[in-house]
Design a binder for this molecule. Structure first.
Ligand SMILES: Cc1cc2nc3c(=O)[nH]c(=O)nc-3n(C[C@H](O)[C@H](O)[C@H](O)COP(=O)(O)OP(=O)(O)OC[C@H]3O[C@@H](n4cnc5c(N)ncnc54)[C@H](O)[C@@H]3O)c2cc1C
Length: 619
């Protein structure tokens, strides 16, 4: 262990993850905390890290309040509708009322925004989306963070949160290791903002073998945003609300610009509009939710999945009409070039020219995240002026551990934030974190060397395991004494896929399958004590796997708890196939006891703040 040098850094605000939320948090922490020491730690390099690494073609969350296009209330209604009623409206409203100011800063910082030539306004792709030339989106926001932080640490993976030993349930910082040097890093901090992105690769992906890395969600998003707080005993919410995406087959190219701007549409193999075929069946399951406008994303997936199971596939996107217009053809291709180059390559390799051939669509494996059309994540306090008492405990976006804040994919209950909303939520969390410190809530922190040394031993254990166990390799990578990260990952993905509602079962699960899944996950957890890593890169893989496995346990516990099918098209509880508003119009909240590893679950009321307030005003 001595061969791994330990570096200590004491700071005020520590930001874990330098993606969209993390760069927003770092930037805003400096605005409010002029004299504070602000550190951002990133697993990759913040210039090209996170889900926006490759760029984006649209900012998916912009109200346009200056032109009266939308108001925050409208966005709350939209997100509530899309998530079948289950959102934290206080968080959504709070993000929506601030998001335009974030986008205006991006514009000032040089992000090329497309403009509507007639109105001079940002060019709308849809009601909420505005179009950008966004290949350099991430380097631009990273620059703001770099200019704001005292120091950005790249290539350090945070593995554990440090807890204060002077006061119970208070965070004290975080530890991790540098994947290039192998050094151990201790960050003692008065406030920690976790902004470490969502979780892909917990369910078996459709692309396996040579194509394994190809998933819709960023393959490097490994659930640290969830595992770090879960391990420390923070409460989580809506972790059952995984997301399944309908995307272009094999390349997972985005469909938003196609539907909204190019006005393309889908059809089954016989050229029929299959969605309306499934209307009555869906109404049986979810009642009036199927009549909502726009149709909730999960219900559109549901029709896709049913049609495919009934033999109507493949499902195609009809591009051949729109692509006859040279302008729309250009937009269609550019959409990929700024965001998902791989899709263009897949089409080229499969002889698909969308001008003449309608490309196939598919539904993805499930992902866990808190910022897209889903809202898994940490249970956080809302803002003082909006939140009902059950949703407020002192500081905006603070988790149920004092001094620990979250933003972006980390935060549950607030869907449809996307890139701009995640950056905005980072700003909100940072403002509150600075206030927390100014209010002297972090006084007297105690983080002993003993705690740090114990974590250090844990962090490097996979290297030690491999060093010894490699001598027992019987052939290839097979050894009775260790498993490699890839072996563990594949086992995790099969458990989640086959028992927790992945593609193997067409997203179907039930209590018996979940119970078995939990047993298998518990055994995997035991075996992960013997994960081996031959170098620092594999050490990162080992810790990514451990974070994925803990996230998966939480997802499975939540899926077991909610005895209804709230989001058909995301997953099905075969033993409770219908949506059940009488018993389950509520949020689910879990907590894992760090000392026993056992999860406890509770229901928490979902408050429909926006229209309730309006109803009250009217009466
Ligand atoms: C394929 C795809 C397409 C999308 N399209 C759009 C779009 O068109 N428009 C739009 O507005 N939004 C879009 N989004 C959504 C947007 O990208 C996310 O909402 C946003 O990036 C979430 O921000 P975040 O900071 O929570 O996560 P991220 O931006 O992913 O950042 C997380 C960061 O944490 C780091 N990290 C992870 N674990 C650790 C650890 N243990 N230690 C240290 N660092 C760690 C990661 O390296 C990463 O940099 C898309 C997302 C995806 C995946």
């Amino acid at each position: 262990m001595a061969r791994h040098k330990t570096h200590y850094e004491d700071c005020d605000v520590l930001v874990v993850g330098g993606g969209m939320a993390g760069t927003g948090a770092t930037f805003e922490a400096r605005h409010w905390g002029r004299d504070m020491k602000i550190i951002c730690v990133e697993k990759a390099n913040i210039d090209r890290s996170g889900a926006v690494a490759q760029g984006l073609y649209a900012i998916n969350c912009y109200m346009g309040m200056q032109w009266g296009e939308n108001q925050p209330e409208d966005h709350v209604r939209y997100a509530r509708n899309d998530l079948m009623g289950m959102v934290r409206e206080d968080l959504g409203y709070d993000m929506a009322r601030h998001v335009d100011s974030t986008v205006h800063m991006f514009d000032e910082w040089g992000l090329p925004m497309m403009k509507n030539e007639e109105t001079g306004r940002y060019l709308r792709e849809g009601k909420w989306q505005i179009m950008i030339h966004g290949e350099s989106y991430k380097p631009i926001v990273a620059e703001a963070a770099k200019k704001s932080a005292d120091k950005i640490y790249n290539r350090i993976m945070i593995t554990h949160l440090l807890m204060d030993e002077a006061q119970e349930n208070r965070v004290g910082g975080a530890v991790g290791f540098n994947m290039r040097t192998g050094d151990f890093h201790v960050f003692r901090a008065k406030a920690v903002i976790v902004a470490a992105g969502g979780a892909s690769h917990i369910f078996k992906p459709r692309a396996v073998g040579e194509g394994m890395g190809r998933t819709w969600y960023a393959p490097w998003s490994n659930g640290s945003a969830y595992a770090l707080p879960i391990a420390a005993g923070a409460k989580m919410t809506q972790m059952e609300n995984r997301i399944v995406l309908c995307r272009f087959k094999d390349g997972y190219g985005p469909v938003g610009a196609y539907f909204l701007h190019l006005k393309t549409y889908t059809q089954n193999a016989n050229g029929e509009n299959y969605e309306k075929k499934w209307y009555d069946q869906t109404k049986e399951l979810v009642g009036e939710y199927i009549d909502h406008h726009p149709t909730p994303t999960c219900l559109r997936n549901h029709a896709f999945i049913q049609e495919t199971m009934a033999g109507g596939g493949p499902i195609h996107m009809v591009t051949t009409e729109a692509f006859q217009d040279p302008h729309l053809e250009t937009v269609g291709w550019e959409n990929f070039l700024g965001m998902t180059v791989g899709q263009a390559v897949v089409w080229a390799s499969q002889n698909i020219d969308p001008k003449y051939t309608n490309p196939e669509l598919t539904t993805s494996e499930p992902y866990v995240m808190g910022s897209h059309a889903t809202c898994s994540g940490a249970w956080v306090s809302g803002p003082e002026d909006l939140s009902p008492p059950e949703y407020f405990w002192g500081y905006n976006r603070m988790l149920t551990i004092d001094g620990l804040f979250g933003a972006g994919d980390t935060v549950g209950g607030s869907a449809h934030k996307f890139s701009s909303g995640s950056f905005t939520e980072g700003r909100l969390a940072a403002k509150a974190a600075v206030k927390y410190i100014e209010d002297k809530k972090a006084e007297g922190l105690k983080v002993t060397d003993k705690q740090c040394e114990e974590f250090k031993a844990k962090v490097y254990k996979p290297l030690e395991t491999y060093t010894v166990a490699q001598n027992e390799i019987t052939g290839g990578t097979v050894s009775p004494s260790y498993i490699s990260p890839i072996q563990g990952l594949q086992r995790l993905q099969r458990i989640m896929d086959e028992y927790v509602g992945g593609i193997a079962t067409n997203y179907m699960t039930n209590a018996n399958m979940l119970k078995r899944g939990l047993e298998l996950l518990a055994w995997l957890e035991e075996d992960l004590e013997n994960v081996g890593a031959e170098d620092y890169h594999q050490l990162m893989r080992a810790w990514e796997l451990k974070h994925r496995a803990l996230t998966s346990q939480c997802v499975t516990e939540h899926t077991m708890f909610r005895e209804e099918t709230r989001w058909p098209g995301y997953y099905y509880r075969g033993d409770h196939m219908k949506l059940d508003d009488d018993n389950w119009h509520c949020l689910t909240v879990s907590r894992r006891d760090p000392s026993t590893g056992k999860f406890s679950m509770e229901k928490v009321p979902v408050y429909h703040i926006v229209d309730e307030n309006e109803k009250k005003k009217a009466s």
